[in-house]
Structures are given as C-alpha cells and as structure tokens.
Design a protein. Structure first.
Length: 332
C-alpha cells in the first residue's frame, strides 16, 4: 500500500542526510547521530506499546536529581538513549533529565562532535493510565575549548543545532527542526521507519485555546491570574482549555492547532517546574521555527543563559498572538 498518493517516500534518516549534504565538508556523522536517537525512540515506543504485557509499569522506587519519583519506564527510556548514543562515535557528551551529571561518553577531538541532551520520557506519570507521553531531545556542538562537561553543556538555546520530540500518541510522530523549518515524520509500524508526513509546519498565528494546570492558579503570579480571568470573559471567540499533563502532547496540539501552553512559577516551584535544557529549549526552538513564540513570561527562552544543566524555568509557548495576549498581563 502506498504511503502517500503522490508517491513521496522520505525516511527521517534520508531527510537528515539530504540536509547534511547541503553543508560544505559535512562528514555524514550528524545523520549517524540522529539515526541513534530515532532508534532509541523506536525502542522506547515499543516498551510503551507493550507496557501492560511486559513488566514495566509502576514506580522504580527511587527519586531522581529533580526530586521526582522515577518510573520504571523512565529508566528504560534513559538506558535506550544512552546505549544507542554510546555507539555513535561523534557524541562527546550526553546529559539527561534523569542523571545527576552530564556524562562524557568519549573524548572526541573531531571538529564535528556533539552534545545530546534529552528528557527520555516526558509525562511519565501518564504511562500507567495509557495517556500519551513523549521523548524530547536537543543537540549542541561540543565546544572543545571549554574544559569539563559540566561547563560545556551550559549553552543558551540559540546554540542548538537541531532539536525534536517523539510523541507516542494514537500514532507515533517525530517532530524535528535543524533550524530550517519544522518537519514531521510518522512511524510506520510495519516498516519500523519514520516517514515524512508533513513538511515546513507553521503554527496558526492565533487560536482560542489555552493549556495550563489551572488547579495551581491561586499560587500563580498575579498577571497569570488576571489573564485567566480575562480569557474566560471572551465570547468572540470563546476560548476552551485542554491539558494533558504531558508537555509533548500539550505542545504538539498547539503546534498543529494553535493556542498557548503555560507553566508559570508556583508556590511549589517558584522558578517554574519545566526544565530549561531538556524541555523548554528544544520546544522553544521548534515553536520559533514554526512561527510561534516561547518565553519565560518575560524573556525569550532561547536567550536564557543556563547556570546549571538542571535549571528550571517558567514557560509560555505557542502561537504568536496567544503568547502576546498572555504577555499583556504578565510581562510587566
Ligand atoms: P516529566 O514526566 O519528564 O517529569 O515531565 C512532566 C512535566 C510535563 O510533561 C508536564 O507538562 C508537567 O510536568 C505537568 O506538571 P503538573 O502535573 O504539575 O501539571
Ligand atoms: Mn518532561
Ligand atoms: Mn521525563
């Protein structure tokens, strides 16, 4: 059965290779790295699809460096990425939401060696109830002039070479940017391959939809509370709210349909809950490439200089006009 009526048939790896071919002196190493990420997500997706059948449900019995309960699938997903990237000779450093420290995989001296950072399983508390979860990743150049992995990883989001996420939803999709637009690939479960299904995605400029965990609103800074009061009074159009609790799923809906997601500072997480390096930066890169915006309620996410690899941030992300609406109340 043909994948698309027009006969177009581009795999993710082919897409990355074609893009690389346009860079002078490209060694092909980057597409080898990305094929490792894609392989890991196919492994993670297969664990998730069989989660009730194989013994992977539930808590691992530990807490991670973020102080959060680790699910068993968090560990499996983290291991899948570490193992597949471990065989890629051009990955110098990896940093994971689940690990205490960035890890030097190998001392790579080649010019084009990379740092890969990831949230192996995003929304992991949704696993046991069969709700969509994801994997988020981002790639930076490995700066050879800075000694020590802990310092090398502290780059602003503007330095990202490529970023993406996989959403394990009703279908499995990989959304990817290398700084030249956003493309989407769908996993063909029969072929075990990601195939290009949408290219150069642009977010709607505005949509009457917002996404926030409103149960915490009494602890949000006042501007967010005023926005939430304002948005409910709108009647042309009337706004609706959607909140999955898996950032990848909430963001993906906004990428396709428009609207805004925000996770403000709360009493529990005064600096915001979401992780700058593993969550906010990659999604901000994708949002901007799709014509949207991403801020911490004031400043552009991509310009934030991290102090620590596990830094957290407030996040307002989505359609340009929706983010601007939130800013009318918040960015004062
Ligand atoms: P993770 O599972 O990687 O720790 O991320 C969970 C995050 C994110 O996916 C989601 O947007 C947010 O936590 C939900 O937080 P609340 O439960 O506080 O709404
Ligand atoms: Mn996450
Ligand atoms: Mn996670």
């Amino acid at each position: 059965m043909p994948i698309k009526q027009d006969g177009e048939f581009i795999t993710f790896t082919q897409h990355v290779q074609q893009r690389q071919a346009t860079h002078a002196g490209a060694s092909g190493q980057f597409s080898w790295l990305m094929s490792g990420v894609a392989l890991a997500t196919r492994m993670i997706g297969s664990y998730i699809r069989r989660a009730g059948l194989i013994d992977v449900w539930g808590e691992h019995g530990t807490t991670n460096v973020q102080g959060e309960t680790v699910q068993r699938l968090d560990i499996l997903a983290n291991d899948a990425l570490k193992k597949t990237l471990g065989y890629r000779g051009n990955v110098g450093i990896i940093a994971s939401e689940e690990d205490n420290e960035p890890r030097v995989l190998q001392e790579v001296t080649a010019e084009d060696s990379y740092i890969v950072m990831f949230d192996p399983l995003d929304g992991s508390s949704n696993i046991d109830v069969n709700v969509s979860v994801g994997t988020i990743f981002t790639v930076f150049k490995n700066p050879h002039n800075i000694p020590g992995a802990a310092q090398s990883v502290l780059q602003s989001g503007l330095e990202q070479v490529a970023a993406g996420y996989v959403l394990y939803g009703s279908s499995t999709v990989l959304v990817y940017t290398d700084g030249h637009g956003v493309d989407m690939f769908t996993l063909d479960p029969q072929f075990g391959t990601y195939l290009l299904t949408r290219d150069n995605i642009k977010m709607p400029v505005h949509a009457p939809q917002y996404s926030v965990n409103e149960a915490y609103s009494h602890t949000f800074p006042e501007g967010y509370r005023r926005y939430l009061d304002w948005v409910k009074l709108q009647d042309s159009p009337v706004y609706s709210s959607r909140y999955v609790g898996s950032l990848v799923a909430d963001f993906h809906r906004i990428l396709i349909k428009g609207g805004v997601f925000f996770y403000p500072p709360t009493n529990k997480a005064p600096g915001g809950k979401l992780r700058l390096m593993y969550e906010a930066n990659p999604l901000a890169f994708i949002a901007e490439q799709a014509g949207g915006l991403a801020t911490n309620g004031k400043d552009r996410v991509l310009e934030i200089k991290p102090n620590d690899v596990h830094d957290r941030t407030a996040l307002v992300i989505g359609s340009k006009k929706n983010v601007e609406e939130v800013h009318r109340f918040v960015a004062k």
